[in-house]
Ligand binder design. Structure first.
Ligand code: CA
Ligand code: CA
Length: 311
């Protein structure tokens, strides 16, 4: 009888585990100034960039400047010592011969990228909107019930207001492409100081429409240098995303303090700090929901067998 009781108890504990387990994920966005072969060939800098990246379950890497691709392949390879990292990378973008790429590095055991989409604003003849068109991914946290879009943008500083404003159109395109209601926008939007003042954005939907939640506010400083500007932002839109955002978790990650770096060592990494936010996903979905009901059925069988033996 004790064995039957033990098995029943074990199944009960497992069921509770599958109901109660939830996933806490950290999302980051980091403009690593001129990320390329030169920076990654310095093993100290490369190790520090990998360490910062490992803080995140998904991180948007910006300002990749490398036509060969060896630098981001090296970073992805270094990330394997931290976990099962994968990467989704954009085309090389820019109107002139100066090109940049966006990449999402993410823990593939915790997050799936179901699709990616390169926003297209037409021919790069100056009548187009974006210098580096937003790169978008459809994200599905493993075992959660939710999928949502992430829109990445590194805006052109002198066109920041018009590019940021146009993110409202990108958001609509992403929602209709993937049939979703929840979108997160992240990146070095140059959304502060002389490039984009709050007063210049006040009458634009992307800022004036309060369905957009600007999680990194104007008082923040996302620059490692002496300037005080909240260039890097995270903006969320949609009720499901709002329900999983961890209150007050959006912040600037001061890696120099955490890693005990000198000012010079910090500036060697980037002129930007990462910005980040945490999301907590309930996991009674998908595989976990299936396991839960399997265990429920099993526990009923064990319980019945136990009572038959009792009689
Ligand atoms: Ca363009
Ligand atoms: Ca600063």
């Amino acid at each position: 009888m004790a064995v039957g009781q033990g098995v029943y108890f074990l199944i009960l504990v497992l069921s509770v585990y599958f109901v109660s387990s939830e996933e806490l994920l950290t999302f980051g966005s980091f403009n690593v100034k001129t990320f390329g072969k030169s920076k990654m060939s310095d093993s100290t800098k490369a190790t520090r960039i990998a360490e910062i990246t490992s803080r995140y379950d998904i991180m948007l890497l910006q300002e990749i400047r490398d036509s060969t691709g060896s630098s981001y392949r090296q970073l992805l390879s270094m990330m394997q010592s931290y976990g099962n990292y994968s990467m989704s990378i954009s085309e090389r973008l820019g109107r002139s011969s100066y090109k940049e790429q966006y990449a999402f590095l993410y823990r593939s055991d915790k997050i799936q990228i179901l699709d990616s989409y390169q926003y297209d604003d037409g021919v790069d003849d100056g009548t187009d909107v974006f210098e580096r068109e937003p790169f978008c991914v459809l994200v599905h946290p493993t075992n959660s019930c939710t999928s949502f879009g992430i829109i990445a943008l590194h805006s052109k500083p002198t066109a920041a207001v018009s590019e940021i404003s146009a993110l409202n159109d990108v958001r609509k395109a992403v929602e209709s492409k993937w049939n979703i209601q929840d979108v997160m926008i992240m990146g070095d939007l140059n959304a502060d100081c002389t490039y984009a003042r709050e007063s210049s954005l006040a009458d634009k939907k992307i800022y004036g429409d309060k369905t957009y939640k600007w999680l990194i506010d104007w008082s923040q400083d996302t620059t490692t240098g002496t300037t005080q500007c909240a260039y890097d932002r995270i903006i969320s839109r949609g009720q499901e995303l709002a329900s999983v955002l961890v209150a007050d978790s959006a912040q600037v990650y001061l890696f120099d303090q955490r890693m005990n770096l000198s000012k010079e060592q910090m500036l060697d990494i980037s002129d930007h700090y990462p910005v980040e936010v945490q999301l907590r996903f309930p996991s009674l979905c998908g595989k976990n929901l299936y396991m839960y009901f399997r265990l429920r059925t099993l526990s009923t069988v064990v319980q019945q067998a136990y009572y038959r033996n009792e009689r």
